[in-house]
Design a protein around this ligand. Structure first.
Ligand code: ADP
Ligand code: MG
Length: 263
């Protein structure tokens, strides 16, 4: 490595990442506008390797936009976002490859309707990771086993329950061997009786050391699995706290007010 460049903080992050240390995700002074609307206002967030961060806050606060920015589904207007020391390029082949390091699970399951569950899980590894079909299928079956739906592999998404589809979506993301997983309200479109089967899979992932950013209002999950809660409102991070402190003794009035409405 060229050590002559290792002076500024930029290089410190990049160099630490190259040796597998330092934070996995760094969001620095990030701004995002939709026309006149300023939806991310100087967001700063660091996620360590193996850390689980829960993002919580009122609707319209910018939580989804932040997730989408980390994955470059949305371009940002200011600041920068590093994943494992690297800024995602704006476009091109390199973007697809680096984006695969960031798994994303949405509220709506986004499975391909005309492909089987197994095909949904193998598609990315074959196309983007250039993995062989056999190896991809073997890995996919292991992942479907892990999320508890191996017996659904040959079915189409519409034949599965919402909870099963969301677990398939998680398996599909994991198949890319991401470094970090983003979950954007993964249980809010589910019938209540299916919420726990998805949260259990996520809790398992957290225990195994997966780095995760999870937008959710599921307090039980936050307390069980997260090291940090980030409360976001009006495009800003209003409070960062431990889950226990946040839910019992939030520091900011804004957070207290929000919690009084959802709990
Ligand atoms: P949250 O996920 O916290 O509910 P969002 O990130 O979805 O918040 O939205 C933040 C703000 O940005 C909202 O006011 C929303 O209406 C606006 N917004 C989100 N996506 C777009 C878009 N593609 N175009 C214009 N405005 C958007
Ligand atoms: Mg949202």
């Amino acid at each position: 490595p060229d050590l002559t460049k290792g002076q500024g903080p930029e290089d410190a992050i990049t160099q630490a990442a190259a040796t597998g240390t330092g934070p996995l995700v760094v969001v620095e002074h990030v701004h995002k506008h939709f026309g006149e609307l300023h939806v991310l206002k100087d967001i700063n967030l660091t996620v360590d390797r193996g850390e689980v961060v829960v993002v919580i806050g009122p609707s319209g606060g910018g939580k989804s936009t932040l997730c989408r920015s980390i994955n470059r589904l949305e371009p940002i207007d200011g600041g920068r976002i590093l994943v494992d020391g690297k800024e995602l390029p704006k476009e091109g082949k390199e973007l697809a490859r680096l984006r695969a390091d960031v798994g994303m699970v949405f509220q709506s399951f986004n499975l391909f309707a005309h492909k089987t569950i197994l095909e949904n899980v193998t598609l990315g590894p074959v196309k983007v990771r250039k993995q062989g079909k056999q190896e991809s299928e073997k890995h996919a079956m292991e992942l479907l086993e892990r999320v508890g739906i191996a017996n659904q592999a040959a079915k189409y998404p519409a034949q599965l329950s919402g909870g099963q589809q969301q677990r398939a979506a998680i398996a599909r993301s994991l198949a890319m061997r991401p470094k970090v997983m983003l979950f954007d309200e993964p249980t809010s479109a589910l019938d209540p009786e299916m919420v726990n089967e998805v949260l259990d899979v996520m809790t398992g992932l957290a225990r195994e050391g997966m780095t995760m950013i999870v937008v959710t209002h599921e307090m039980g999950f936050a307390r069980r699995a997260a090291q940090k809660v980030v409360f976001m409102a009006d495009g800003q991070i209003v409070e960062e706290n431990t889950p226990d402190e946040f839910f019992t003794n939030a520091r900011t009035d804004r957070a207290k007010d929000f919690l009084s409405k959802i709990l």
